[in-house]
Design a protein around this ligand. Structure first.
Ligand code: ADE
Length: 265
């Protein structure tokens, strides 16, 4: 278990994952933003394998469903023991939220990620097979979270998505202190503007002139306009939820006029 950092300026979040595949989950600690969060002691990660909490020689964690049907169901007891160990061993997790990852849960979005990132601890329970015994969900799970309307083979990848998204929101984790604020959905609620890097000409395609002109105000307006245009084209429902400034409205009008001009020609 990674040691806790008790600095109040940069509190640590402790995330434990209950999983049959600990190596898969711990791979997030080895690289990228999540790796940096662990290194900088903003995030402590631990895994608890329900198989380690079985008492029979076969280390059984699943059984056939009552009432029949295909597949296997994860048994409540090994999962419950693993959750208890996570809560007992990790001091940050005394007040941890116990989350079960499943397609039946609340859909993960930016607001939920920010809410989770404020917590002292999380215990993420990754299920496998056809599901877990409902009595475990009723008695030990505080919240059920889904990462989208599709079915994964297990909760591990979903837990890793939660860990990555939460780690990005922890103070002192991203290289540039503002980059999480500039993310799509953060702050502005808009999709991101396009980005370009060298070379200036690539296979006959030129970087937009405004970005190489050095006028910061022009660049800011161009980016805002592209964000608005993209959001309106791709996710109009997001735009409808926003309170637009007079500048936003003016830029949207410009976009509308340019669109009409293009279709007239
Ligand atoms: N487990 C299986 N599918 C899932 C999903 N879509 N979200 C979260 N956990 C899952």
């Amino acid at each position: 278990m990674t040691e806790q950092n008790n600095s109040t300026e940069h509190p640590t979040i402790g995330i434990s994952v209950v999983t049959l595949f600990p190596a898969l989950v711990m791979s997030v600690a080895g690289s990228g933003v999540t790796g940096r969060a662990v290194e900088r002691q903003r995030l402590s990660l631990a895994t608890y394998n329900p198989r380690d909490y079985t008492t029979d020689t076969h280390r059984t964690v699943d059984d056939r469903p009552y009432g029949g049907g295909p597949g296997m169901v994860m048994m409540a007891e090994p999962l419950e023991e693993a959750i208890d160990s996570a809560l007992e061993e990790n001091s940050a997790q005394k007040d941890a939220l116990v989350v079960y990852l499943s397609p039946q849960g609340q859909r993960l979005d930016h607001n939920l990620v920010c809410e989770l990132a404020q917590l002292p601890g999380l215990v993420l329970v990754a299920g496998r097979y056809e599901g877990v015994d409902e009595r475990l969900l009723e008695s030990r799970i505080d919240r059920e979270i889904s990462i989208g309307d599709y079915v994964l083979s297990g909760g591990e990848l979903a837990a890793m998505v939660v860990i990555d998204a939460v780690a990005r929101q922890l103070p002192g984790v991203l290289g540039h202190s503002d980059s999480a604020k500039q993310d799509t959905f953060a702050g502005t609620g808009l999709l991101e503007h396009p980005q370009y890097t060298r070379p200036e000409q690539y296979r006959g395609m030129q970087v937009p002139e405004v970005l190489t002109g050095g006028n910061h105000e022009d660049i800011r307006l161009w980016r805002k306009k592209k964000s608005l245009e993209r959001t309106r084209q791709r996710r109009p429902e997001l735009l409808a939820q926003l309170e637009l400034s007079s500048e936003d409205r003016r830029l949207l009008q410009e976009i509308e006029v340019e669109k009409t001009d293009r279709s007239d020609n």
